[in-house]
Structure formats: structure tokens, C-alpha cells
Design a protein around this ligand. Structure first.
Ligand code: HEC
Length: 242
């Protein structure tokens, strides 16, 4: 494959433009990794992203309710353990209305400051029917969440990889690997989104989510570093284009 324009030959203005984009995108990748750690990473109540987190986030914890999963995971530290225990026991009993008078003050004290806030769309668990709906078995991500997140990811991330791949297409690199690195993120992206849906129904697919996420992470990392290096390091630069 012959390409006339290589990254080392680009004018300063183009290098600044492409580097600005690549650096901003790298920061975006760091933020999304942090975001994954803070949401999905905490799904099982322990720091760090594990296979179990992925199963809980998409398939759910079919042994317990949404309320219980939250209280043992993301919401674990919002109230003292004895309060969590009372709420979990209430959930185990199937959310009896007769005990609402003991449960409600606990919710108002520990949960309402976020969950009763008009600005947010968090479930208003101080309302009895909302609380009761949270006690149904946790089936993981809802169809509406999956549809929303899927279309955002497919549209948004494909554009990111279009530009990263386009810049990287001007790199001096082994041609076969170049084709693979430019093409694979799209495959991993589709695989990732597809496996969210599969994991929603069959928890066995959780591994596929982890593999595809790591897959496009690695492709992106290689393309970003190679592109930046070849635009700026003297080794690839042709003196007459300085
Ligand atoms: C500091 C703010 C805050 C407090 C206090 C808080 N929550 Fe939450 N809660 C959140 C946020 C934010 C989310 C959404 C997290 C997410 O999806 O990543 C959430 C999610 C939940 C969910 C999951 C809802 C769903 O649809 O999956 C439940 C259940 C829940 N909280 C229960 C509680 C209970 C019970 C308490 C009190 C013991 C509590 N929360 C206290 C902020 C809070």
C-alpha cells in the first residue's frame, strides 16, 4: 500500500489539528474508564471491574431485588449497616405495607436527599409504589436503558474511530496490521453492544463484553500513540516540512 501523505510530512497546522483531537479523545477515554469503574465497577459493592460487576449490571442479580442489589453495592455506604439490614429484611419479606411506617423514616433520613430531588431522575423511593417496584427481582439493565446507551455508543464511538482511523491511515506501519487496527474497533464496538443485549438474557456473555471493551481499548491506544509519535518525533519527520 502506497500512501503519499504520511504523518511526518503534514504541515504544522494539520499536526496541531489532529494532535488536538487525539489528545482530547485520550482524555475522553480516561474519563470513560473512570466512569465505568465508578458505576459498573461498584455494582458488586467492591472497587474494581470484575466479571461479576458486568453480570450484575446487565443480567442483574436474579437472587435478589434491585433494592437489595443497590444496598449491597452502589448504595452500600449511603446509610449505616443496621439501616441497610432493616431495608433488606423488608425487601426479603416482599415489602409489606404494614411495615412502611418504620421503613419510610429511614428512607427519608438516608436516601431522600438524592432520591427525592426534583432535579434528578432517580427513583423516588420515598413513594411506596416506587419502593415496592424496587423490591421485585433485579433483572439488570432495562430494555429502555440498553436501547438508549446502545444507540449513543454506536453513533458516537463510530465517529471517534472514523477520525482516529483516518489519521492513523497516514501512519507508516505494517500494512496488514494497519488494516486490522483501523477495522477492528468497529467490529469490537458492534460486538460490545451486541453482547450487552445477550448478557441481559444469558449471563454467560459477560466475558464477551470485557473482551470487546479491552479489544477496542488496545486498538485505540496503539493508533493514538503511533499517530502522535509520527507527527512529532524527529525520526519520522522530514526536515523540509518543518
Ligand atoms: C448521595 C446521593 C444518594 C443517596 C444518599 C442515595 N442514593 Fe440511591 N442512587 C443514587 C444514584 C446517583 C443512583 C444511580 C446510580 C447508577 O445508576 O449508577 C442511585 C441508585 C439507586 C438504586 C438503583 C435504582 C435503579 O433503578 O437501579 C436504588 C435501589 C437506590 N439508589 C436506593 C437507595 C437507598 C435505599 C438509599 C438510602 C439508603 C439511597 N439510594 C441513597 C444516589 C443516592
Amino acid at each position: 500500500m502506497k500512501n503519499d501523505i504520511t504523518l511526518g510530512k503534514l504541515s504544522l497546522i494539520n499536526r496541531v489539528l489532529y494532535s488536538g483531537f487525539l489528545l482530547t479523545i485520550s482524555l475522553g477515554f480516561c474519563m470513560s474508564a473512570l466512569q465505568i469503574l465508578m458505576t459498573h465497577g461498584m455494582a458488586d459493592g467492591e472497587m474494581g471491574l470484575s466479571h461479576k460487576d458486568v453480570v450484575y449490571s446487565y443480567y442483574g442479580n436474579r437472587n435478589g431485588s434491585k433494592l437489595e442489589t443497590a444496598l449491597k453495592g452502589k448504595m452500600k455506604l449511603k446509610a449505616p449497616p443496621e439501616v441497610n439490614a432493616v431495608l433488606i429484611e423488608w425487601a426479603h419479606k416482599g415489602a409489606p405495607e404494614s411495615e412502611w411506617s418504620t421503613v419510610l423514616p429511614l428512607i427519608e433520613k438516608h436516601c431522600s436527599k438524592c432520591h427525592a430531588d426534583d432535579e434528578s431522575d432517580l427513583p423516588r423511593i420515598e413513594q411506596i409504589d416506587v419502593a415496592k417496584s424496587m423490591v421485585k427481582v433485579d433483572e439488570g439493565a432495562s430494555i429502555s436503558t440498553l436501547t438508549r446507551v446502545s444507540h449513543i455508543h454506536l453513533f458516537g464511538i463510530s465517529f471517534i474511530f472514523l477520525y482516529i482511523g483516518w489519521i492513523f491511515s497516514m501512519a507508516e506501519f505494517n500494512p496488514a496490521w494497519k488494516v486490522f487496527l483501523i477495522g477492528s474497533p468497529f467490529g469490537f464496538l458492534i460486538l460490545d453492544v451486541l453482547s450487552w443485549w445477550l448478557t441481559k438474557y444469558w449471563s454467560e456473555f459477560a466475558t464477551m463484553i470485557l473482551i470487546s471493551g479491552v479489544g477496542y481499548g488496545i486498538s485505540a491506544f496503539i493508533m493514538l500513540t503511533v499517530s502522535l509519535a509520527q507527527m512529532w518525533l524527529p525520526r519520522w519527520r522530514e526536515p523540509k516540512y518543518y
